[in-house]
Design a protein around this ligand. Structure first.
Ligand SMILES: CC(=O)N[C@H]1[C@@H](OP(=O)(O)OP(=O)(O)OC[C@H]2O[C@@H](n3ccc(=O)[nH]c3=O)[C@H](O)[C@@H]2O)O[C@H](CO)[C@@H](O)[C@@H]1O[C@H](C)C(=O)N[C@@H](C)C(=O)N[C@H](CCC(=O)O)C(=O)O
Ligand SMILES: Nc1ncnc2c1ncn2[C@@H]1O[C@H](COP(=O)(O)OP(=O)(O)OP(=O)(O)O)[C@@H](O)[C@H]1O
Length: 530
């Protein structure tokens, strides 16, 4: 797989457009040098400018982006788009300055215009919710592949077109990057695009300039209460995606709580899914029944209107992964795919992209989701999962799922993010103590916070919730995982929640290389278990 580092995906053959035409089209004011050039790209960071770009100088939390106008000019920017304050700052750069009171509000539409992404757009899928977005996005892409369709993918873990991939910085890219990525995807003849949409992305107008064909909602639970004052405000941010200016249709997993409220408050046509875990007693159009759960596969049946029915499986532990898969499948049905055609593609005896006949193949979705309850152990020793769960609700889902399939004890290794919503830490500690048999508290991206203080909250909460619980505190993540291996035996399960696919550990502004998946495999190897 080609890895182009962390630079954004851009079209390889951008088609330049007239800059004066852009100014006229959007009714922008302009200052400085005359606007008499063409524009072929748009970027928010002076560090990412390529020749021909319009550089957008946004006022940020730390800097006014306009102060980087000279750097953008040196990198080949043809003009600056900024606000009045930014225009004053950027004048010295000598570049034409295009002025609008709130450039962030204009960004999506301007990026869509420059990259012509409103013309003949692909089928656009958007996924939101607190937990499960990345998983649903990968599941959608996998099913589309099994249907013979190459999809573009944008998630927290990576952005991908076919087998070209880049590492993601944000869950949802800035609007400038999204439209460049869509233009690049069009060059690669991608006709379906799956985009993971965070609440912050909606609030910060990152998905402006897109009308999704189908949007999906997984769930809402405690997270990001540092960015949003209350759960109501957090919910309202997600709800925006389910309005006619942003999406044509939606699919919602209802739960009697936020999902149900979304159905009431959305103004687009919606389809609902109920799972036995979420929707007892609620009438839904689609219903999910779990047929079988094992340590590495979940089999389920999805029943819909007109007696439509599909039975298939996901190669992952957890009924919530079946719920994620159900959401992906119903989103595809809402986009026009026939349920029987999906069932056939998922369950037929063909293997891999070369479509070799394989009568031994287990029917189901062929998906690999990096770092989401990813099993890294082999046939011997403890069963080890590395997970990206970092919310109280994700802890509950993963631990309850593992309890249903584990024959031995469950040891949970985890920490909590520094500089991110501290109000969820006590719940995380308490849930781990209630649902696991032993817990090992370690460091997880302390950032600029005191790591020992974060651990103290988690340890205290765990001990307060279940005083007799075995609680260990091991600051270094490598040592913590090795400690877990000393208390877990053959047949026991270790759930290491937090790091997922990530390959760094963030301390005081520095990203120290660390992959929990690689390290866990090394540690299992040291024990002779791999
Ligand atoms: C807290 C927050 O939202 N920060 C966002 C904000 O950064 P900022 O205001 O600090 O920007 P700044 O450093 O003051 O710089 C101002 C401007 O100057 C530009 N600049 C800066 C330095 C330079 O050398 N050259 C240059 O051009 C910057 O690109 C920026 O446009 O503006 C930047 C782009 O303009 C964003 O990339 C950045 O998102 C940061 C990285 C972030 O972490 N955001 C989080 C809150 C977020 O969005 N998270 C969700 C996660 C949801 C989930 O999955 O759970 C997400 O979607 O990723
Ligand atoms: N449907 C679900 N319900 C509850 N928990 C889930 C669900 N799906 C996944 N999880 C848990 O949440 C973790 C994160 O999953 P995933 O990355 O798919 O969610 P996400 O919404 O993309 O998260 P983030 O916003 O942090 O990127 C998983 O590793 C798992 O522990």
């Amino acid at each position: 797989m080609a890895d182009r580092g962390s630079s954004a995906l851009r079209p390889e053959h951008p088609i330049a457009r007239s800059l004066p035409h852009l100014v006229e089209e959007f009714g922008f004011a302009h200052r400085g040098a005359p606007v008499a050039d063409v524009v072929s790209g748009i970027t928010l960071s002076s560090k990412d400018v390529v020749p021909g770009d319009l550089y957008v100088g946004l006022k940020g939390a730390r800097f006014h982006g306009a102060s980087f106008a000279a750097a953008a000019r040196d990198a080949g920017a043809v003009a600056v788009l900024t606000d009045d304050e930014g225009a004053e700052i950027a004048l010295d750069s000598g570049l034409p300055i295009i002025v609008t009171p709130d450039p962030r509000l204009a960004l999506g539409e301007v990026a869509a215009w420059i990259h012509r992404t409103r013309e003949d757009p692909p089928t656009m899928f958007g996924v939101t919710g607190t937990n499960g977005k990345t998983s649903v996005a990968y599941l959608l892409e996998a099913i589309l592949r099994q249907l013979g369709i190459v999809a573009g993918l944008s998630t927290t873990a990576e952005r991908r077109i076919g087998d070209e991939t880049i590492v993601a910085k944000l869950t949802t890219p800035e609007a400038t990057e999204i439209h460049a990525m869509l233009a690049r995807m069009r060059e690669a003849d991608v006709r379906s695009v799956v985009l993971e949409v965070s609440a912050q992305a909606i609030t910060q107008h990152r998905v402006d300039g897109i009308v999704f064909d189908v949007v999906g909602f997984t769930n809402l639970s405690h997270d990001h209460l540092d960015d949003y004052e209350t759960m109501d405000v957090y919910f309202a941010a997600k709800r925006e995606l389910f309005q006619p200016d942003r999406a044509k249709r939606g699919v919602v997993i209802v739960d009697g709580g936020w999902g149900t409220r979304l159905v009431e408050e959305s103004r687009i046509p919606l389809t609902t899914i109920g799972t036995s875990a979420t929707a007892e007693g609620i009438d839904t159009e689609w219903n999910l029944v779990i047929d079988e759960e094992t340590l590495d596969r979940t089999t389920f049946t999805l029943r819909g209107p007109d007696h439509r029915e599909l039975t298939t499986s996901v190669p992952l532990v957890g009924s919530y992964m079946a719920a994620n898969a159900a959401l992906a499948i119903v989103m595809l049905v809402e986009s026009g795919f026939d349920l029987d055609a999906i069932a056939h593609a998922l369950n037929e005896p063909y293997d891999g992209d070369d479509r070799d006949l394989d009568l031994e193949r287990t029917p189901g979705i062929d998906v690999y989701i990096p770092g989401r309850t990813e099993k890294v152990s082999g046939d011997r020793g403890p069963i080890v999962y590395i997970d990206y769960g970092h919310t109280p609700d994700a802890f509950v889902s993963a631990l309850e799922a593992l309890r249903r399939v584990a024959e031995g004890r469950i040891v949970m290794v985890f920490g909590a993010d520094g500089d991110r919503d501290p109000s969820k830490r006590e719940d995380m500690g308490a849930i781990a103590a209630r649902l696991a048999d032993a817990v090992v508290v370690t460091d997880f991206h302390p950032r600029y916070e005191d790591a020992a203080s974060i651990r103290r909250v988690l340890v205290d909460a765990a001990k307060a919730a279940v005083p007799e619980r075995e609680v260990h505190e091991v600051p270094d993540p490598r040592a913590a995982f090795r400690h877990a291996l000393t208390i877990a035996g053959e047949g026991d399960v270790i759930l290491y929640a937090g790091p997922g696919h990530e390959d760094y550990h963030e301390v005081a502004g520095e990203r120290i290389p660390y992959s929990a998946r690689d390290d866990a495999r090394n540690a299992l190897h040291e024990h002779g278990w791999l």
